[in-house]
Design a protein around this ligand. Sequence first.
Ligand SMILES: [Zn+2]
Length: 256
Amino acid sequence: MTSVESCQDEQPLEYLAQYGDREFRYHLCYVPEHKKATIRVHVHPNGRVQVDAPKDARLADIKSAVQRRARWILKHLDDIAERHRDVRPRQWVSGESMLYLGRRYVLKVIQAPEQRKSSCKLIGGQLRVQGKELHPEQIQKAVRQWYRDRAVEVFQRRLDLMVESLPWTTTAPAWRLVEMQTQWGSCSPEGTILLNPHLIKAPTRAIDYVLLHELCHLVEHNHSSRFYGLLDRFMPHWRSVKETLDGSSEMIFGQT
Ligand SMILES: [Zn+2]
């Protein structure tokens, strides 16, 4: 992280960059040519990513410069998120960030005196909790229930899709949600799959990896080379997906 003067542009341009499973926004500031001749990337302590570029730089060159530093940027953003998590426990107030399918959404709390039953909905970039006299515990409860509902729906849909492509299954096996501290999923010897509802915060491909992992256990009950052979066959890139998922587990579990 480098300290840097803030952008002088009134309305800096905002762009979205992708790296693997993840994405981040950055602000592009054009600076006078005489000042800086190269494209420079800074991550501010508040998590804002700023890219300074000479006025005549081509957008394609700027984008590839950002892409080359994406890993570095994400590392800094993770460090910042981690620090914020340590110093600031969730307050369940508007403005806090909520993860869903690998993306961040902003929590919005709307006090609605006329509404008897509180609701939780994803609208645009916001996770909106609306209800009468909402206190942090009620907001947390509504959000948790929303996550569970979404998990039931999404996991079932992904399972249904996945079993079609696997030769040893025709219908999705029995499964249920269980909050676990250290595991994303498990498969009992009887073939019942348990899935961690927190997994709904991870990107779809990470969910698919966990589902495939557990479905492979229906055939291979331990982590034998035959088991990994199945994973390789049906998700050749599973290792990088697993690595990304494990790397974000602290962030995901910290978001209860
Ligand atoms: Zn396993």
